[in-house]
Design a protein around this ligand. Structure first.
Ligand SMILES: [Fe+2]
Length: 224
């Protein structure tokens, strides 16, 4: 899995609610959290970690991700770490790879998978495209508010300079129960195939054996 999109992960109502809350929130210089690269590469704003304000927004996002089969069926999420940022006119984040571990001690998350959920519509800002470096070349992503882009934590990516308006987004990382991306891919494919068969032929006699093999493979490869 290099990357995939999840259209309408958040409803219009959820986006509006998140934006209304975040309008009251304070944002601080985001370059402070890019210790090894600094302001030449990263110029953006990150939300002040005030749990009273951001908790309801992060809960909406976490619940949406954890209940969406496109996400859970490809990522096998064990832990999430979420944040919120804003890019105003002139702000950008140059080519970088995310830190391998985010958060502290008990809540630390290995960044197997990265994701961004757009909270501003493309009509509200110019620039601010997310660019993911893929084996076939750079891929530009700029999605409607509420849509998500999910990509491998191992990619190099950037956010192009914003030239009008403000790009508001929630972003974060998932640590997967399946750390090896090749194994994760195999399980995702098996899971999707099994679900398709359940849909098409719910009475197929071999489904119990297929389910048994899937669950046994999961048990074999799951990390905790
Ligand atoms: Fe990043």
């Amino acid at each position: 899995m290099q990357f995939f999109e999840i259209p309408q992960l958040l409803t219009r109502e959820q986006v509006a609610k998140a934006r209304a809350i975040l309008n009251r929130a304070e944002f601080v210089d985001g370059s402070a959290t890019a210790a090894t690269i600094g302001p030449a590469v990263k110029q953006n704003l990150q939300i002040k970690p005030d749990p009273e304000i951001i908790k309801p927004v992060l809960e909406i996002v976490q619940n949406a991700l954890m209940s969406h089969e496109a996400f859970t069926g490809a990522v096998f999420p064990r832990k999430l770490h979420l944040n919120i940022n804003r890019y105003e006119n002139g702000m950008f984040y140059g080519d970088h790879n995310d830190a391998a571990i985010v958060g502290h001690v008990a809540s630390a998350v290995r960044t197997d998978i990265s994701f961004t959920i757009f909270l501003a519509d493309p009509s509200q800002y110019d620039g601010g495209e997310m660019v993911i470096r893929a084996p076939t070349g750079d891929v530009e992503v700029k999605l409607p508010a509420g849509d998500a882009i999910v990509y491998s934590g191992s990619t190099v990516h950037r956010v192009e300079p914003v030239t009008r308006g403000a790009r508001l987004a929630t972003f974060g990382w998932a640590q997967s129960f399946i750390g090896d991306p090749t194994k994760r891919e195999i399980l995702a494919q098996l899971r999707a195939t099994r679900r398709a068969i359940i849909e098409d032929r719910p009475d197929a006699h071999y489904l119990s054996d297929l389910g048994n093999a899937y669950n046994n493979l999961m048990r074999l490869w799951t990390e905790n």
